[in-house]
Design a protein around this ligand. Structure first.
Ligand code: ATP
Ligand code: MG
Length: 791
């Protein structure tokens, strides 16, 4: 009938449709896995845009990972075309970074603030715990970190906490001191940790209502996926954003015992419409402060909210769903919801028990190949595990069996020391106040600058009121020996040079190549690259490759974001999160933790290590609510599968260098036996007389069974999250050697085309060409590494 969104609604069932077209203030969609919640959000956005009910800029959609955000953006794009631009579809963290970059100056930060990931926070806390001798009170950096994180997720800050802490308890007093110092150090470094990104945005909105109003006016439609995993700070953020804007009328006054609001006092603008979707059975982040009450109490918080339930599952076969329903049914205190599907029973679930984790891994690898022969693509298969350390045995066997795979998650690439070093160099340039970054690089590569010298620099800086960065220029004044003066002077010089290259003079835009060129300059000029090159350690070769990849990533970033700055690049890198390595088009099996798997789907899913102590995990098993949360995690894993599900375990497992006997997970017993086809069950093994020692001695021909499981994998798997960049562009940094260029020469640049040299400055490896391109652009390029050729 010509409704603009007729085709949008065609692919939806009635309750889904109802959710898409509902136009009230608040909408809650609660439904089990695979029932189309994310699809409804996507279609709802498209419907708002198609009907011209909202500008793209009025939409704020929150997803759990950057990857999910990208997918949603793409889907909306397919539904509405070009109009999809200008929407904010992002994670909580990315959205808050964008807001904070704009507003940081309002409360004593600058917009070039650094984002500390959990490794950075940990490093800072390590120092503080040591300074305060807090470990004597049982305060390890890790414990302090998770406590601070929990407090921040509840929007409790250091001062607030101190006011109500029991200060007569010395351990508590220590904790308060460390927390306070940690916060001061962050502020001094012009940095936010991950939790601050959310908490400080809430603080900003509460402390500066006029700023909050700007965003309330802007975002008229707010949609949140995976709402069951929001924590209190995230909840509060959404609360702030959806408040009405109150008109500037006379104050209300009291009369006859009642507050009288004059008519103008009515909201000038009602709160934004809010749609949240979630599944309390998939709440798996309680350990990070996620609060399921955000969903169960939604109707109280948003009176008049409409609630839509979805029950038809479009993802999985009935056998898979029945298993999922049966397992989750063992959790108490939940609303029973029964998912159904009309796709039929499908294949049975396959169970397998290996003698060891290698045996288990070999089974997985063999089955992957068998599935592949039946026409399921590698990219449509996933292997899940509870803890990251389980991936190693799988990787080992996959490499030997030539099964292409990649590890999702883990910010693994970015956790590598050399990558963190390189990023610290960039951070030191972007945010000279960041003392942590400078401390990290001051002796990397080794320059003979030990702790004593670092403390001298810090003391000098404090005494003179300088930043650590500025103090590097005063080696002589500090009374350092001549060698140290030279070393510090060199570091100072390369940082200065890179700043000139990467940070535009006021008002100017740095050339797109600046980040890549600057990074290459830092790595070369600091001697970092040479130190790795000179090493005989085979790992250092891999480290060089990783650095090349990072340079390649920065160039790719510049290509995609021609106006992107150094800060934008650092922001993007800091926010790369768990699922962001995903890449469907490349034909590889995906390996990831169960946590990372949330929201995803695959034709075939292997859940490995279905053993007590792994799932449920040893640590959670003893905690209140722990086993129930582990069961939800298992449920998340099971419900990722479309057609084939494998549950595998091993009788013995080597972990932390010890071999121990494993027990089947209690969750296996919760799966109705008639749904499972055991290829080799724990029972079979026993009935064949497979005693423990026999299992331990089980060896396969070929000898892999005798490998010590704590040996490193035979190959260093290439980075994962960056592969797709690295595959597309040559990873090696160009080295133009001593290309001789003079004023008047003509060159061609990969990105800017042809141009003429106006001047050449600098010397040796640091010569810079000043180029006027035919398109009018004027750029400074580092000759040694710029993607240029002489014409
Ligand atoms: P999860 O809880 O795991 O996040 P979800 O509820 O968000 O799941 P979706 O990912 O939106 O579910 O949908 C699951 C699958 O079902 C997707 O492949 C989606 O395209 C498909 N689907 C959803 N609704 C329909 C429908 N009405 N018709 C056909 N396919 C559908
Ligand atoms: Mg979803």
């Amino acid at each position: 009938d010509g409704r603009p969104d007729e085709d949008l609604l065609a692919g939806l069932n009635p309750p889904q449709r109802e959710a898409v077209v509902y136009r009230g203030q608040a909408l809650l969609i609660v439904a089990g896995a695979g029932s189309g919640k994310t699809r409804v959000l996507t279609h709802r956005i498209a419907s708002l845009l198609r009907g011209r009910e909202a500008w793209p800029s009025q939409i704020l959609a929150i997803t759990f990972t950057n990857k999910a955000a990208g997918e949603m953006r793409e889907r909306v794009g397919q539904l509405v075309g070009q109009h999809a631009q200008g929407m904010w579809i992002s994670t909580f963290h990315s959205a808050c970074v964008r807001i904070l970059r704009r507003e940081a100056e309002q409360f004593g930060f600058t917009k070039s603030f650094t984002i500390y990931d959990s490794g950075d926070s940990r490093a800072l806390l390590k120092r503080l715990v040591k300074d305060h001798e807090a470990d004597a009170f049982g305060l390890t950096p890790g414990a302090v970190q998770s406590r601070i994180s929990k407090l921040k997720n509840e929007l409790s800050d250091a001062e607030g906490y101190a006011r109500q802490a029991n200060m007569s308890d010395p351990a508590e007093r220590k904790f308060v001191e460390v927390f306070g110092d940690y916060q001061r150090a962050l502020r001094k470094a012009n940095a936010f940790d991950f939790d601050d990104l959310i908490g400080q945005t809430v603080y900003l909105f509460r402390a500066f209502p006029h700023i909050a109003d700007v965003y309330r006016r802007r975002f008229r439609h707010i949609l949140v996926d995976e709402y069951q995993d929001t924590n209190h700070a995230q909840y509060a953020l959404i609360r702030e954003l959806t408040r009405p804007i109150v008109g500037k009328a006379a104050e209300p006054y009291a009369a006859g015992g009642m507050m009288i609001f004059e008519p103008e006092q009515a909201p000038e603008l009602p709160g934004a419409s809010l749609t949240v979707v979630g599944d309390s059975d998939q709440s798996i982040y309680a350990f990070r402060g996620a609060d399921i009450r955000n969903i169960t109490e939604f109707e109280r918080d948003y009176p008049g909210a409409k609630v839509v339930l979805l029950e038809q599952n479009y993802r999985s076969t009935q056998n898979i769903l029945s298993a999922a329903n049966a397992v989750i049914g063992h959790n108490f205190d939940r609303k029973d919801k029964r998912l159904w599907t009309d796709v039929g029973a499908g294949e049975k679930i396959v169970g397998f028990t290996g003698y060891s984790q290698h045996d288990e891994a070999q089974f997985v690898a063999d089955e992957v190949e068998a599935l592949r022969r039946t026409g399921i693509d590698y990219a449509q298969m996933a292997v899940f595990y509870r803890t990251n350390s389980q991936s190693r045995a799988l990787e080992e066997i996959f490499i030997r069996s030539a099964v292409p795979y990649k590890i999702m998650g883990g910010t693994r690439f970015y956790e590598r020391a050399e990558i963190k070093d390189a990023l610290a160099y960039l951070t030191a340039v972007a945010n000279p106040a960041d003392e942590m970054a400078l401390r990290r690089i001051v002796n990397r590569p080794k320059r003979g600058i030990g702790d004593v010298t670092v403390e001298s620099i810090a003391r000098y800086a404090a005494a003179q009121g300088l930043t650590f960065r500025d103090a590097l220029g005063f080696g002589a004044e500090m009374g350092l020996g001549p060698k140290l003066q030279v070393a510090i002077g060199r570091l100072d010089a390369v940082l200065t040079e890179a700043s000139e290259l990467m940070l535009p003079a006021s008002g100017e835009l740095a050339p797109p190549s600046a980040v890549g060129d600057g990074l290459a300059l830092l790595l070369a000029g600091s001697g970092y690259r040479d130190a790795l090159r000179a090493s005989r350690d085979a790992q250092d070769e891999a480290r060089l490759e990783n650095l090349d990849e990072l340079v390649a990533v920065s160039r790719e970033f510049a290509r995609n974001n021609p106006e992107g700055t150094l800060l934008d690049f650092l922001t993007e890198v800091a926010l790369v999160s768990d699922a962001d390595g995903l890449d469907d088009e490349s034909g590889t099996v995906s390996m990831m933790t169960l946590h990372t798997a949330k929201g995803l789907e695959y034709d075939a899913v292997f859940i490995t290590g279905v053993e007590e102590d792994l799932i449920p995990h040893r640590i959670s098993a003893g905690e209140p609510g722990g086993p129930a949360e582990e069961r939800r995690l298992f449920y998340v894993g099971v419900t990722r599968a479309r057609k084939r599900l494998y549950l595998t375990l091993a009788m013995t497992r080597a972990q932390f260098g010890e071999v121990s006997v494993a027990m089947p997970s209690r969750f296996l017993q919760e799966v109705p036996p008639e749904l499972v086809d055991w290829r080799q069950s724990p029972g079979d093994v026993n009935s064949r007389g497979g005693t423990q020692s026999r299992a331990l001695n089980a060896r396969r021909p070929g000898g892999w069974g005798s490998r010590r499981t704590d040996d490193p994998p035979p190959l260093m798997p290439k980075s994962t999250s960056l592969e797709r960049f690295a595959n597309r562009i040559p990873a090696k940094v160009r080295d133009n050697g001593d290309m001789q260029l003079a004023t008047g020469d003509r060159i061609r640049h990969d990105d800017f085309g042809e141009g003429r040299i106006d001047a050449v400055t600098g010397e040796g490896a640091k010569r810079i060409a000043h180029v006027r391109f035919d398109n009018g652009a004027v750029k400074k390029l580092l000759i040694k590494i710029a993607p240029i050729e002489k014409l």
